[in-house]
Ligand binder design. Sequence first.
Ligand code: NAD
Length: 562
Amino acid sequence: MLLKIDKSFGVSAVKNRHEENMPKNQGELFMSTTLADKEKTLLQVNEFVNEPFTDFSQPANKKAMEEAIKTVRLSLGKEYPLVIGGKDVKVGGDNWIISTNPSKPDEVIAKFAKADQKLAEEAINEASIAFESWKKVPYTERVQYLFKAAEIMRKRKHELSAWLILEIGKSWAEADGDVAEAIDFCEFYGREMLRLGQAQPLTPYANEKNKLHYIPLGVGVVIPPWNFPLAILVGMTTASIVAGNTIVLKPSSDTPAIAYQFVKIMQEIGLPKGVINFLPGPGASVGDYLVSHPKTRYIAFTGSKEVGLRINEMAAKTQPKQIWIKRLIAEMGGKDGIIVDNDADLDSAAEGIVAAAFGFQGQKCSACSRAIIHQDVYDKTVEKIVEKAKKLVVGDPQDNNNFMGPVASKSAYESILKYIETGKKEGHLLLGGNAIKTNANGYFIEPTIIADVDPKAKISLEEIFGPVLSIIKAKDWQHALEIANNTEFGLTGAVYTKNRSHLDQASNDFHVGNLYLNRKCTGALVGVHPFGGFNMSGTDSKAGGKDYLLLFTQAKTVSEKV
Ligand code: NAD
């Protein structure tokens, strides 16, 4: 369907895209509406559909990806600036963040100027100045930057994936998924702004003209993690700016290069200076400074529970001259479980558990890190899980035959190996349990499965964020559900059962933000599975959902006597 969006007449579904013979590619439509057409009030946009994943079994796609990796390899090792108020800022001396390839830590991906508090101050000031004009840019124009960014990312998909493969060790498929999600966020939030930018329905009242509209908040600090360093960064950034806010973007120090690729795209499409200020820097000093700054109006954070809680505390403290309560959008960790009931399709359950536990080396907030299995089918299911996991191939993800790459960094590597040692004492090691030595000293760890884990064991309750699966035996269905809910987190979960009443009970009682029934607990799609967790997993912002943009706005009601 084609959505016709008119500022004065509202959104209405008009004609089928194919009847209209409109282009199938969503972005194409917008290329005809250039920024020079900014006064146009009538915009047309196709209904949102998810960006398709690339089929790398097709020789042309495989070749294109290989070429992209070669091209990006030619750019490795360069020095990059900060971007503040539209200007490249270079920092001298030893003030560099060095991003390296986790498959070969001696290989430098890029060197980034490292911000300090003085530059953080400048960045906040530039964002504040830019806010005064950006907030007045009509939303119909702001959305076009998102559609144009999507269009460019679509064209450079493999190149962006190559950065993800080299900088953070994603497999081809995982990198492709990350880029597709970034494109989806641009397309989805663009459409959402077209919906929210219009006059909102109110109850009519005699002799008054009432209006409610959504205005931006102000200067935001956007802090993404390294594990979806393009998708999550793009999601929080585009939601911010399309709503009319300006931001300071502090990327993860493990993934500044992919972050910079996006910033460059936004510069290329002519986003006004100061709307996005790019500020790589240490979380502890620069992050704290940005979060506690009195001009910071909100913080959009995705990362660990520990850092999220620290930001929450710092943001809550009112600073001298601060005239608002800061808003915090915080999406944090998970300890996600999959329940296998005694009547489940065990092959399908084992397949879902292995994919969710070991995809991207278990470094997804939604990864299955605990399989909770009914005692009647415990042995059979465990056997199937181990058989499947044994077949996973680990190695440098530049080679598409490798399903699992390295873990993200030296600190992640050491922390995961420590958890594995604890796990060996807390359960029975069935598979893996070791680092994999390579000539280039990459951070590779075997897919690791530890069975017969007590529900209250450390490896059952704490987020490990690596390729480590704990298996827990449940006495019965109720016990399984009880175990599934026994952590402080509440992000994703899944249940495999044929029992309708168990599915219904899980829908009500399995306390997670994203619950999946008879499918794996990873792979949320924008628009399809709005994403966010309960309890210590965060503020349940539901990224990629229709409630998300509201978090970046404030509603204003204007009532006029007539
Ligand atoms: P992290 O908390 O270590 O870092 C996240 C970001 O915070 C980074 O950019 C980091 O530089 C910054 N930071 C660190 N200290 C800071 C401070 N004092 N002030 C401000 N910023 C600071 O997390 P990570 O290791 O990058 O990412 C992994 C974590 O993210 C896992 O816990 C994972 O579950 C979580 N995650 C959650 C979701 C979700 O949607 N719930 C999605 C992806 C990742």
